[in-house]
Design a protein around this ligand. Structure first.
Ligand code: SF4
Ligand code: SF4
Ligand code: SF4
Length: 376
């Protein structure tokens, strides 16, 4: 095992291969306060990539209702239970073991192997805030029950467990954008990646007898476009871009700004140790202990920052840019009430007002002598 730097854990950790960061790293940020579980993202991905034979059950992008929803069934609970005690020091350093450090000698990672029945219920516990209790038993008003929606893709991890576990070296991480792909010609379908990925984002195709996973929509990314699940997000909760490690962060890079500068977007289950590259703005209404388990020790700090956004015009401007262009924004600026996004060449690709102008229409039209609404 090599010693590699994991900035999300604030320490070095064991990994089967030497540290080798790509030239730039694909990343998506999701604002969980805005997701409405419309599943448009899931369908955008499905119709683009997984409509073939053997792919019927695959949702490379899925949206689950937390805390009870999950696809495959209980994927996170089962991995976290096996990982054992997880704790963070006051300085933010992770004190427990990662999936690589806690693995048995014959394994590459702490894991569970989902069975066919675990993949049968993509919408399990949707909109369920009480955990499969028969309706009527659990309804109390007022109540403190909560849930939120968690959209998930492959995290194109810096230290991918799928890649670490593949005995055929069929999985590789692209130098140009950090996207993790499975070489279909090399893959023999042993399913080691399906077992090892803690997020359960590598899936076995029984028709081709190979494993498959989210490809980060690399053909779009190569043309400067955001992935299909991002472009089609109805709630405009997502932004895809390239993240730098904290020691190279740029304040005018939208992803760096939200993750490193502002500290409002956090990786999920960072304790697993793969340095995942999907980041979440935590929901403000959910249980603090649960959010801390899922997003690490800075979860409630991010919630406090979100609550204070009314005084932060720059972040508000960046939020207005989310979902306002199909292009990948490499740089953004917010000045004089206008938010702008720029592509890699520095060309402006989008410009939106930070505050949408308000137009009030009088309910009586004197010219037509008519009422303009039906509730005079
Ligand atoms: S399309 Fe956007 S809002 Fe709808 S479920 Fe997906 S992430 Fe949530
Ligand atoms: S999320 Fe899973 S499949 Fe995706 S790169 Fe990480 S370990 Fe591999
Ligand atoms: S990035 Fe592309 S391949 Fe991956 S989940 Fe989104 S739409 Fe699917």
């Amino acid at each position: 095992m090599a010693k590699v730097k994991n900035w999300q854990l604030k320490r070095d950790m064991d990994f089967p291969y030497e540290e080798k960061r790509p030239k730039r790293q694909w990343a998506i940020i999701f604002d969980l306060n805005k997701c409405i579980a419309c599943q448009t993202c899931s369908l955008a991905c499905k119709t683009t990539w997984t409509s073939g034979k053997g792919q019927e059950y695959m949702f490379w992008n899925n949206v689950e209702t937390k805390p009870y929803g999950s696809y495959p069934l209980a994927w996170d609970v089962r991995v976290l239970e096996k990982l054992g005690h997880q704790d963070w020091a006051k300085n933010g350093e992770y004190q427990g073991k990662t999936i690589f450090e806690g693995a048995e000698v014959t394994e590459k990672a702490v894991h569970f192997n989902p069975k066919d029945e675990d993949w049968m219920y993509p919408n399990a516990s949707e909109d369920d805030c009480a955990g499969n209790v028969p309706a009527g038993d659990h309804i109390q008003l007022p109540h403190d029950k909560w849930f939120f929606y968690l959209p998930r893709t492959c995290a194109h991890c810096t230290y991918p467990a799928c890649l670490a576990a593949c005995p055929r070296k069929a999985i590789y991480k692209r130098e140009e954008d950090g996207i993790v792909l499975i070489d279909q010609a090399r893959c023999k379908g042993y399913g080691e990646c399906v077992r090892a990925c803690p997020y359960k984002k590598s899936m076995y195709n029984p028709h081709t007898r190979t494993s498959e996973k989210c490809v980060g929509c690399y053909p779009a990314v190569e043309q400067g476009l955001q992935p299909m699940c991002v472009q089609n997000c109805i709630g405009k909760i997502r932004i895809m871009g390239f993240i730098n490690p904290p020691w190279k962060a740029r304040e005018d890079n939208p992803v760096d700004y939200l993750v490193h500068k502002k500290g409002i977007a956090l990786p999920y289950y960072p304790q697993l140790g793969t340095e995942p590259n999907i980041y979440y703005i935590p929901p403000v209404h959910a249980d603090p202990a649960y959010l801390t388990q899922m997003f690490g020790p800075n979860a409630m700090d991010a919630v406090a920052k979100y609550r204070a956004l009314a005084k932060d015009g720059v972040t508000q401007g960046l939020f207005m840019l989310m979902g306002s262009t199909d292009r990948i924004m490499h740089r953004f600026s917010v000045k004089e009430g206008q938010a702008r996004g720029f592509d890699e060449a520095g060309t402006e690709v989008v410009s939106v007002p930070v505050t949408e102008p308000l137009h009030v229409r009088a309910d009586w039209d004197p010219k037509l002598g008519a009422v303009r609404n039906n509730t005079p």
